[in-house]
Design a protein around this ligand. Sequence first.
Ligand code: MN
Length: 241
Amino acid sequence: MHCHVDLYPDPIAVAREAAGENIWLLAVTTTPKAWHGTRSRLQSFKNIEVALGFHPELVHMRRAEISLFESLLPNSRYVGEVGLDGSPQYKDHYELQLTIFGRILTACKRAGGRVLTIHSRRAASRVIEALEASPGYGVAILHWFTGTRAELDSAIRLDCWYSVGPAQLESSSSVQRVAAMPRNRVLLETDGPFAKHHGHALKPTDVSTALDLLSAIWHAPASEARAQVEANQTEIWRHGE
Ligand code: MN
């Protein structure tokens, strides 16, 4: 549910390999300008949905593109990567990030709701507050969620979803957090090619690793974990229809 297909050296090869293994995926973009070209390149793949994004690490360099985002939104049922990043290197632009994310949520609400994949590094509380302030935005999937237990409880009250990947599950604190997520709200992701596992850039086919780890975290047989995730995924695609 969160893969930067357009940023691999050969996006078409990545898309084909995923299709060959019957993996459906959400191709996120990081700037509104990237959406149209990415969709054109990938639209022949029936296993791919393309999301309209505006990454919080980039908003200060491209703030004018928010108008483009708003004008493209009626054409995209999926939104992402969007959100907030409270890391020290982006803190200077936090107010701008809040403004842009607020406009994105308002636009989603105006459009009748969207499925969003949301970045919340060091900003989980602020992301949750923003979602709370904009009912009607649609369905929120918190990608690579690393908030505290209290922040997870707030997200659960808002009925958020979570997408988890192999790189995230390398840390024991993340494993604990994932174990506390409602099972019927957990989806898979890779966040490739940014995210790496054992030194190589993750590909969509690596979701199988995340699934194995989930089955261990849930103390559930692999077949049961897979069935749960597939049911969750089916529900999300239905929201996107
Ligand atoms: Mn990402």
